[in-house]
Ligand binder design. Structure first.
Ligand SMILES: [Zn+2]
Length: 291
């Protein structure tokens, strides 16, 4: 049996909020309850979207909540040569093509790309986006939390981008490479990334890397029914309330902690949570916390 390796992989676009704590804690608990490793990867592959100081802040927020990662954190910004290698592999095997469709054309297609540039043989050296040529219609997996999943690539937007117009590798390519090469066996993350899982699983096949098992945690909503995120102005996780935050996250994860659990230290709360972790109790629908 392969030993369990899990991971948490935040993008440093801002500080962690409650939704990110739920993802961090869910992945941590599933790893530790299975005597696994919990690795940390900072997905700093998109400098224009980064917030200055967010990397350091995220590390501190995790530690303030008693969440310590195994091994040294990995930074995607230091792995561009590896992404280039895997990009070249796709290119050399005719899985890629250049697309110079203007943004408004994709918008007019409601974001579902129609393969317009597939056979045009446009140059990779221009400032075109590079897309992967999908040769399968559907992809699926047996989700550890949601059960059997099946996605149609047409509905997800068709041939997706692996290198952007600005020359940056896409999130999909970088994450598929990293999960494969790091030997990640289990990815526990938010259900907002279901469509990414479909794409990344497809890339694993093309790379010849094995896919981890996936489990998707409920999205955490605000009281206006929006997913907590930087865009919806989710408040920064307050380290002065770390014990209360952990208790709330455990409730969101359906773990039913004792009502007074936040009177304990972070270490004690986490020890309780590892011991009682039950992935089958994790809700399969978005959660709006009551306070
Ligand atoms: Zn195109």
């Amino acid at each position: 049996m392969t030993p369990y390796s899990g991971r948490f992989a935040p993008s440093p676009t801002g500080p962690l909020h409650l939704g990110s704590l739920v993802a961090a804690l869910g992945s941590y608990l599933d790893a530790k309850a299975n005597s696994g490793l919990w690795l940390l990867r900072i997905e700093d592959i998109d400098p224009p979207r980064e917030m200055a100081g967010a990397k350091e802040l995220i590390l501190r927020q995790l530690e303030d909540h008693g969440l310590y990662w195994d091994s040294t954190a990995i930074y995607q910004s230091q792995r561009l040569d590896t992404y280039q290698e895997y990009f070249d592999h796709l290119k050399n095997n005719q899985h890629l093509y250049a697309c110079d469709c203007p943004r408004h054309r994709i918008r007019d297609l409601n974001g579902i790309y129609d393969g317009h540039c597939r056979d045009l043989n446009l140059s990779f050296d221009s400032d075109a986006a590079i897309r992967v040529l999908l040769s399968e219609k559907n992809i699926g997996w047996n989700d550890l939390i949601l059960g059997p999943q099946s996605f149609s690539f047409d509905e997800l937007g068709g041939d997706f981008i692996v290198r952007r117009r600005d020359g940056l590798f896409s999130y999909q390519l970088a994450v598929a490479v990293d999960d494969g090469l790091e030997g990640i066996t289990h990815v526990i993350r938010g259900a907002d990334l279901l469509d990414s899982t479909a794409r990344q699983t497809y890339l694993h096949k093309l790379f010849g890397l094995s896919s981890p098992e996936y489990g998707h945690l409920p999205m955490v909503m605000n009281n206006q029914g929006q997913k907590l995120s930087k865009q919806t102005h989710a408040p920064e996780l307050d380290s002065n309330k770390s014990r209360e935050n952990l208790a709330l996250a455990l409730n969101i994860l359906g773990q039913n902690p004792p009502r007074d659990i936040s009177e304990n230290s972070c270490e004690e709360i986490i020890a309780w949570a590892i011991h009682h972790w039950n992935i089958n109790s994790v809700p399969t629908k978005p959660v709006e916390p009551s306070n």
